[in-house]
Design a protein around this ligand. Structure first.
Ligand code: SF4
Length: 207
């Protein structure tokens, strides 16, 4: 990979994905962090279904922190890992209410100290919630990084994040995150990618 090639790839992605935005429904950084926490091993569509009731029932960190675990579990039970996520949601709400006075923190170190919040979730909250340049790498971005030659096939998610940050200008990280994610989700799927007529074929190492 080099910066010129990466720029060309992003240019093509912009023509394929003209509106690169987050597909999770949220209105506040608190709702965003809850939605991203719920999205692990679950589709955004499924998350949007359960967050409708979750956010209506518990609109603030204080309300969610006081929630009954069984009721939170009931609301989110159709998402993967619901038991752990229900526990983490309540713990996360408690910490945001008690330590951060109901404001989701913006600093990476503070975000990853919250229950259930790892590297990717912290990066998404920074990028999507606060507009802070960050390059969250999920399974789609990891796969795209390998197929398009940002990293080798044996390299990790963290190495993919480092490669994207190296070859993409900082001011484009947030857009680039959405572009790779949506292209991976709808076109370059894990199995049966839409290779026929793919404009990225000349950069692609998949076949
Ligand atoms: S050619 Fe196929 S595998 Fe390669 S980027 Fe395009 S859709 Fe993905």
């Amino acid at each position: 990979m080099n910066k010129t090639k990466s720029k060309e790839i992003l240019g093509i992605l912009r023509t394929v994905i003209p509106n690169p935005v987050c597909e999770l429904n949220f209105e506040t950084p608190f709702q965003l962090i809850c939605a991203v926490l719920l999205s692990a091993q679950t589709t955004d569509k499924r998350v949007n279904i359960v967050t409708k009731e979750l956010f209506e029932t518990y609109p603030t960190p204080e309300a969610l922190m006081k929630a009954d675990y069984a009721e939170v579990y009931r609301i989110i039970s159709s998402v993967g890992l619901a038991k752990t996520k229900a526990r983490n949601l309540i713990g996360l709400a408690r910490q945001i209410h008690e330590v951060y006075h109901d404001e989701v923190p913006q600093k990476y170190e503070a975000l990853v100290s919250l229950p259930g919040v790892g590297r990717k979730t912290a990066n998404v909250v920074q990028a999507v919630g606060f507009g802070i340049p960050a390059m969250p790498v999920d399974t789609h971005l990891h796969r795209m990084a390998i197929r398009l030659g940002y990293i080798d096939s044996n390299q990790s998610v963290v190495e993919a994040e480092e490669a994207y940050r190296k070859y993409i200008p900082k001011e484009e990280w947030i857009d680039a995150h959405h572009l790779f994610l949506l292209f991976g989700r709808y076109y370059c799927k894990a199995s049966n990618p839409s290779c026929k007529d793919c404009q990225l074929e000349k950069y692609c190492k998949f076949n």
